[in-house]
Design a protein around this ligand. Sequence first.
Ligand code: NI
Length: 170
Amino acid sequence: MNIVNYPDPVLRQRAKPLTEINKEVYLKVEEMMELIYQAQGIGLAAPQVGWSVRLFIIDVDGDLHGEKVFINPVITEEVGELNKEEGCLSFPGIMGKVVRAQRIKAQAYTLKGQKIEIEAEGLAARAWQHEIDHLNGCLFIDKMSPASRLAISHQLKEFERSYKGTRIPV
Ligand code: NI
C-alpha cells in the first residue's frame, strides 16, 4: 500500500459507503495507520491509498471521542469561517489557503461499528472537512484561494508532468 499522489484518477472518484467492517478493512486500516505515521500526517482518506471507500483517519489531539478512524462520515453542522493554510499527503510539498468552517458537528461509525457524534473545532474540524472532501473526489486545490492556487501552479504542472499512472488498485 502506498499514498497516491495527484493527479491519480482515484482521487477524483466518489468513494462508496463501507458496508461491512471485516478483516480486510482492519488490515487496510492498519496499513493506513503506518503510512500516516511515517508521513507525519494529520489525515489520510482511503481513496489516497487507492481504496475508494468512505473511511478516513484523523490523528490530532482534541475531542474526537478518542477515535482516529471514521467510517461513512457525515458533517451535520458547520459554523463560522476560517481561511488558513493546509496541506495534503497526496500533494507533497504543497501548501495553500483554504476557507473552512471553524466548527463542525458530524456523525460517523467507528471501527467497532458504533455510531458516534462529534463536535470539532480548530485543526480537527479543518481536517474533517478536508477528508470528507476526499471521499467526494474534491481536492484542496479546488477550494484554494486564487492567490494560493496561482502560487502553486508550477508545482501542480510538475505533478501532472511526472505522473506515471503506475498505481495498482487495492
Ligand atoms: Ni488530503
